[in-house]
Design a protein around this ligand. Structure first.
Ligand code: SF4
Ligand code: SF4
Length: 419
């Protein structure tokens, strides 16, 4: 469909005085007309923000329709920039959109709401339109080279490897473990679990020489120049320590390294990116890891949006959970989970923490319907708001890597955060 723009969206002569807006509209008009002209609105009910807000201006439909209005000169980015805060970039709407579902297979087309949202945010920042908390967050990230996550640990370059204290992990080498800011400074039990599981099978890896934030959150909030600068630093640092393979435990980093970095660096980017959950599932399949310590919990699994909906990774976490003895696993269909989100992604938790909290409460309510005592996640960023919501429903929120480590008899150590 995108290739038949003249038929669907009419002539492409765009007559807007502002060059940045014109360039933006030229890039996104076809995607937006595809939505605007079909207007199915199937996407709205799976949108986690719509579910808690019922605000028509904060829907995938509106996010596309605004671009059509911008092309007609009826709106400017300043009029609508603050609406685009209200998206976790979960990808649910893209999957549910009939343009993806019914014609996508044939035309290899997918609705790209996440990219539209990112592009509007980037245009806003380019034009000097800032959301106050995002501006502060990104300025602090720029200063500290890490996200200013709240916790007891001081955010600094000196402390980014503190989580690994006592684990005797070398610096650099062919394979390194990249630990996202939330896990490195707040939920340190997650990287400790991963590192010790890998050490238990003799898997060789190091830590990054000078790790900066992956840059993904800046890219998600529209601070693209900063995101590219951070990515450049990380790629150069990997090169300086002979690194060819990066292990990733956080789904947001996985998106950055597999989608943003290839876009920034093109053919220069020759780094193999390995998602830890996939690696551990493979090790269980091959018999290299055998969890034996029974864990008596009744669980369900929270599919992180960036794994299930954005990357189609839903089987491997379930393989891991089914290998752990003692667990009662009350799963729901992964397609049903398209509509679930923690609310933590896309910068929403920074600018609109009350919306994130409401979305997390929704997620815990869904878990409670399954009569579970534990919600397992594979995303450190989801675990803080989910844990806070879990306190109200008496459901414990546990990280999948930690659960596996426990069943392997490993005492993880570190902090599970304050909540
Ligand atoms: S994104 Fe898809 S489902 Fe949603 S309104 Fe647009 S065309 Fe319809
Ligand atoms: S990506 Fe997620 S949060 Fe954003 S509009 Fe789509 S469904 Fe809503």
């Amino acid at each position: 469909m995108a290739e038949f723009a003249e038929t669907i969206a009419g002539p492409t002569q765009i007559d807007l005085p502002d060059p940045q807006t014109r360039e933006f509209v030229e890039q996104w008009r076809n995607a937006s007309y595809n939505c605007f002209s079909s207007g199915h609105k199937f996407c709205r009910e799976v949108c986690p923000v719509m579910q808690v807000s019922r605000n028509e201006s904060w829907t995938p439909t509106a996010f596309h329709a605004n671009v059509v209005a911008m092309e007609k000169g009826e709106l400017e980015v300043a009029d609508i920039a603050s609406d685009y805060v209200n998206c976790t970039q979960c990808g649910a709407c893209e999957l549910r959109c009939p343009n993806t579902l019914f014609t996508g297979d044939f035309y290899r087309f997918r609705t790209r709401t996440v990219d539209v949202v990112k592009a509007v945010r980037a245009l806003a920042v380019d034009k000097g339109i800032h959301q106050p908390r995002w501006q502060t967050w990104n300025a602090r990230t720029n200063d500290k080279t890490h996200e200013p996550v709240l916790g007891e640990e001081d955010i600094s370059q000196d402390n980014v490897r503190n989580w690994a204290e006592g684990l005797d992990i070398p610096i650099g080498g062919e394979t390194i473990l990249f630990v996202d800011c939330e896990a490195a400074f707040y939920r340190t039990s997650v990287p400790r679990a991963v590192a010790q599981i890998l050490q238990s099978v003799g898997y060789e890896f190091g830590l990054m020489g000078e790790q900066w934030c992956c840059g993904g959150p800046a890219a998600e909030m529209g601070y693209e120049e900063q995101a590219r600068r951070f990515a450049r630093h990380n790629l150069d640092n990997w090169r300086s320590t002979g690194t060819k393979r990066v292990l990733v435990l956080d789904p947001h980093d996985y998106i950055s390294f597999t989608e943003d970095y290839p876009k920034y660096f093109g053919a220069e980017y020759d780094i193999e990116v390995v998602l830890v959950v996939e690696l551990l599932a493979e090790m269980i399949r091959d018999g290299r890891l055998t969890p034996t310590v029974p864990i008596e919990r009744t669980i369900t699994y929270h599919d992180p949006c960036r794994l299930n909906k954005r990357k189609g990774i839903w089987q491997e976490p379930r393989e891991i959970l089914r290998a752990i003895p003692g667990l009662t696993f009350n799963d729901v269909d992964r397609v049903t989970q398209w509509s679930y989100c923690s609310g933590a992604g896309g910068g929403l938790a920074i600018e609109k923490p009350e919306l994130t909290a409401a979305i997390s409460r929704n997620r815990l309510d869904k878990a409670a319907e399954l009569q579970v005592d534990t919600l397992v996640s594979a995303c450190p960023w989801s675990e803080r708001p989910l844990s806070a919501a879990g306190q109200d429903t008496d459901i414990d929120v546990v990280d999948i890597h930690e659960l596996l480590a426990e069943s392997l008899g490993i005492t993880v150590g570190g902090s599970r955060g304050a909540s």
